[in-house]
Design a protein around this ligand. Structure first.
Ligand code: ADP
Ligand code: MG
Length: 306
């Protein structure tokens, strides 16, 4: 497990990114987990996104081929709809997000966007189509304006501010000593988890991708900020194909479909009400979270579900 933060790799990546002029912020996300080189096939065409349907078709994957993590995972997210992925820690939720972004090639099955196998198209076109709001955002050692504007090359200050407003971070930025020109990151102002997440959301809003992947991590936030961020996320999910890794089930009540993942298998699927009625793993999780909602001071919220 190489979950360690490696500053030298990061520097190299930032350098390459700047040199290539590629808008590939999500590569940052990759660094937090294991980078394995995945290459473009010769003459690979660009992905052509029409409506943004995402499909996992009998996907089998293990980081180590001898230890399969995803066992025959299948689902379809119709264009514009929302799929929520829930389940215990280690179930493979983030792995699904990583394979969709093609940080890794799967061992069996297919992952498709609008009928095109993601392994057959160029990585740059795939990554341009998907926006990820990760759990732990890594910021550039640059200004907060740069960090948001990175979502789209050539974005104007007005567009950056509009995205920041939509992500509920504009007012905060205006109170910083130099506003949008304030330096942030390791060598600048330290932002809180919630502030970084809102910067990530603003950047994704600017990128305006047809497919959105949200790794919700709002349990660390105070409840007002959490509600605010969830409203923003709901809004940006509305018109696009969205995969949400949900830690709090209250955020998936409205999802078009929920899959419950346990040890790399889809053990239940359906809408919220169906799953509560089915009285399986989802119902157990829901009941437990309901009691935690009633006693807010008792336990830290579901850190075991992450
Ligand atoms: P979840 O997001 O549901 O908590 P993950 O998808 O992160 O679960 O992990 C699923 C399984 O894959 C776990 O057993 C985890 O230990 C393993 N795993 C995750 N990342 C890696 C990695 N980079 N290398 C090897 N194993 C990994
Ligand atoms: Mg995870």
């Amino acid at each position: 497990l190489s979950q360690l933060f490696r500053p030298l790799d990061l520097l190299g990546m930032v350098y390459r990114t700047i040199r290539q002029g590629v808008i590939d912020m999500e590569a940052m996300y990759k660094l937090i987990d294991t980078p394995t080189e995945v290459g473009d096939r010769p003459d690979a065409p660009a992905l052509k996104v029409k409506s943004g349907e995402v499909r996992f078709d009998h996907v089998r994957f293990g980081y180590d081929p001898d230890r399969e993590i995803l066992h025959d995972v299948s689902f379809t997210v119709p264009a514009g709809r929302t799929l929520a992925i829930v389940g215990p820690s280690g179930a493979g939720k983030s792995t699904i997000a990583r394979t969709l972004f093609r940080f890794y090639d799967i061992q069996q099955g297919r992952i498709m966007i609008d009928g095109q196998d993601i392994a057959a198209v160029t990585q740059s076109s795939l990554r341009a189509a998907i926006g990820i709001v990760p759990q732990d955002m890594v910021l550039f050692n640059d200004t907060v304006g740069y960090n948001i504007g990175y979502g789209r090359e050539g974005a104007s200050q007005a567009e950056i501010e509009a995205a920041a407003r939509a992500a509920s971070i504009h007012d905060f930025i205006m109170r910083l000593p130099q506003g949008y020109d304030t330096r942030v990151g390791e060598r600048g102002l330290k932002l809180s988890g919630g502030e970084k997440q809102r910067v990530a959301i603003a950047r994704t809003l600017l990128k305006d991708p047809p497919v959105l992947v949200l790794d919700e991590a709002t349990s660390a936030l105070d409840s007002r900020t959490e509600t605010e961020i969830q409203d923003v996320l709901r809004n940006i999910a509305r018109k696009r194909t969205t995969l949400i890794v949900a830690h709090r089930l209250s955020t998936v009540v409205d999802a078009d479909e929920i899959i419950v993942l346990d040890q790399g298998r889809v053990v239940e699927r359906g809408r919220h009400a169906d799953l509560v009625r089915a009285d399986g793993l989802y119902a157990v999780m829901w009941t437990r979270q309901a009691s935690e909602r009633e006693e807010p001071v008792s336990e830290p919220a579901l850190s075991d579900l992450r």
